[in-house]
Write a protein that binds this ligand. Structure first.
Ligand code: 13P
Length: 251
């Protein structure tokens, strides 16, 4: 299972882009990516789902969303449901990104409910976990990421093989301060062991992505770690040449 598992390189555009910039970026990626040896996803802002859906149609690039409501429909102003994402051919949805946890008060339980909502619609959740610098300095990294993942397993354990986990140390996001390959691998191994405990037959096949200042220069070494199965890339996913180099490094 481990041998056949394809790496996943997912770009998280965050709140960036425009119709013109998106078109130029996706066309450059389509031209440069050819038939990538890994899975590639673009997690785009909600208003651009339709645009990017048509740009990546019948290509090897998959469409992703950055967040989702836990509810199927109704009076939830400003939210998008998993049913709606499915309507646009979305294959992956990031849930529990630290920016959502930090700026929108998302809880472990709420994130688990979002994962359940997307799984129920055949979309793979990319579940983000990660510690702050203060938590790392206080020696709490293991406790924090395990608590975050445990909430997901508790609610979604029955379809754990359809989940992607992303370890994103908050202190490494957008800071240019990447976790060292050894630091990242150590946490990925903890997460793998936790998945193994919950679902031993599936644990090896679950992809655990690293996110946090991954770029063209450091991707190969990070992706070479035994438990790093891909990347969730912010800033570098907005530059075609850089993102293509990361895709190549995942081959
Ligand atoms: P950067 O790659 O910009 O550090 O962002 C990482 C991230 O948060 C991806 O979700």
């Amino acid at each position: 299972m481990t041998m056949t598992k394809k790496k996943l390189i997912a770009g998280n555009w965050k709140m960036n882009g425009s119709l013109a910039a998106n078109e130029a970026l996706v066309k450059a990626l389509l031209q440069g990516a050819g038939a990538p040896a890994c899975d590639v996803a673009l997690c785009v802002p909600a208003p651009y789902l339709a645009q990017v859906q048509s740009l990546v149609a019948s290509s090897s690039l998959a469409l992703g969303a950055q967040d989702v409501s836990a509810h199927p429909q109704g009076a939830f102003t400003g939210e998008q449901s998993a049913v709606m994402l499915k309507d646009f051919g979305v294959r992956y949805a990031i849930v529990g990104h630290s920016e959502r946890r930090q700026y929108h008060g998302e809880t472990d339980e709420g994130v688990a409910a979002k994962a359940a909502a997307v799984l129920a619609n055949g979309i793979m959740p990319i579940v983000c976990v990660g510690e702050t610098l203060a938590q790392r300095d206080a020696g709490q990294t293991e406790e924090v990421v395990k608590r975050q993942l445990a909430a997901i397993i508790h609610v979604n354990g029955h379809c754990i093989s359809e989940i992607v986990v992303a370890y994103e140390p908050i202190w490494a996001i957008g800071t240019g301060k990447t976790a060292t390959p050894a630091q990242a691998q150590a946490v990925h191994a903890l997460l793998r062991a936790q998945l193994h405990h919950a679902a031993s037959e599936h644990a090896a096949g679950i992809r655990i992505l690293y996110g946090g200042s991954m770029n063209a220069a450091n991707a190969a070494e990070l992706l070479g770690q035994p438990d790093i199965d891909g990347g969730l890339i912010g800033g570098a996913s907005l530059k075609a040449a850089d993102f293509l180099q990361i895709i190549a490094a995942a081959a």
